[in-house]
Ligand binder design. Sequence first.
Ligand code: ZN
Ligand code: ZN
Length: 441
Amino acid sequence: MTGCFRRSWVRPAVLVACICALSPALIAGDAAAWVDHQMDDLVALYTHFHQHPELSFQEEQTAERMAEELRAAGCDVTTNVGGHGVVGRLRNGDGPTLMLRSDLDALPVTEETGLPFASQVRAINEDGDNTGVMHACGHDVHMTNLIAVARYLSAHRDEWQGTVLLVGQPAEELGAGAQAMLEDGLFERFPRPDFAVALHVDSFVPAGMVGYRSGYSLANVDSCDITLKGRGGHGAFPQGCIDPIAQAAQLIVDLQTIVSREISALEPAVVTVGSIHGGTKHNVIPDTCHLQLTIRSYSPEVRKHLQEAIRRKALAIAQSFRAPEPVVEFDEGTPSLFNDERLTERLAPVLMEAVGEENVVRADRSMGGEDFSRYGAAGVPIMMYKLGSVTRERLSEYAALGRTPPSLHSSKYYPDIRLTLRTGVVSMTAIVRDLLPVRTP
Ligand code: ZN
Ligand code: ZN
């Protein structure tokens, strides 16, 4: 891709300790004790990922490290699946196939956490701009968790049976990496999963807790570009012009009536105009005005209705101005994330057993998006759950100040890594044990 950025890759001085060195008596059947024993090494691995973030579709070094770690954990590893995608296959006899997925990419955000290991990385984004880069969405946590789970499963083959696919997916933040991996044969070149599970950190759920939701969980995400056309000229003589800025002003207001007047109040939907660009000077009427929208929904029907209505409104306003037909373009976005109901209901008690009933919450629906949904849309039962990542103490401090804690994608977001990782590894290994049970002869 254009604007590909390369930088030096600093290897950590201390290699992660081999789990084989641990006493089996200490670790057998006790993921919490195992992960506590590994914690310093896992935090070092997390810190490494955090300090070396790479933008979407530029995850070359990140993928290399993932591949190396999965190989060291005993996986057969295939690289460059759909870009920088990594697939590690861990086989342990006959049985179902479970896919566990982490994302690899970071965001064009300049870190402001003040942490001693804060990212200093800068890169060139796809528009050619120089930007700070940060794991502001916790994908560094997801990667560390996935590697820890691979190590645990490799060291505890007596606790499960079947095949685990450990997938490092590129470009989640663009909503494009899952599609790229699927188009590159993820479900044909490797065993087609019977289930796929992923977690995502949450900045509002306390560390130590997890959240799950059956059914619709995250939204359809679509982008729309509208170019309103006119006839430019002198701002003092509008009668000889067709003003695209006046069209845009009316359209922005009119778009808001789609959700409020055309969609049932019981159906989630959002239309947001996030960008408007037109004109150069006080006294010049431009030829065009460009709007950029994000559109969110859950159901396919509402998604289709929103797109049709946006097109209709833009066309109607242009006609009312005697303007040329506007250009209205939709990017194929991310489909809504639907957690398979049977799988989720099966795994909810597993999560409760693993981390304690009091530490499991039913999550709210969100209008955010995640392209893990594409694996579900491709016919595999999926479940993505939330991993709390901020300690109760820190959440209480924010509450006392009457403020919400920094959200994901904020330059100030950071997880409380030890408790977060512990909960991630304990919950995900419990899920593997449940979905890939040992068969007694
Ligand atoms: Zn994100
Ligand atoms: Zn994310």
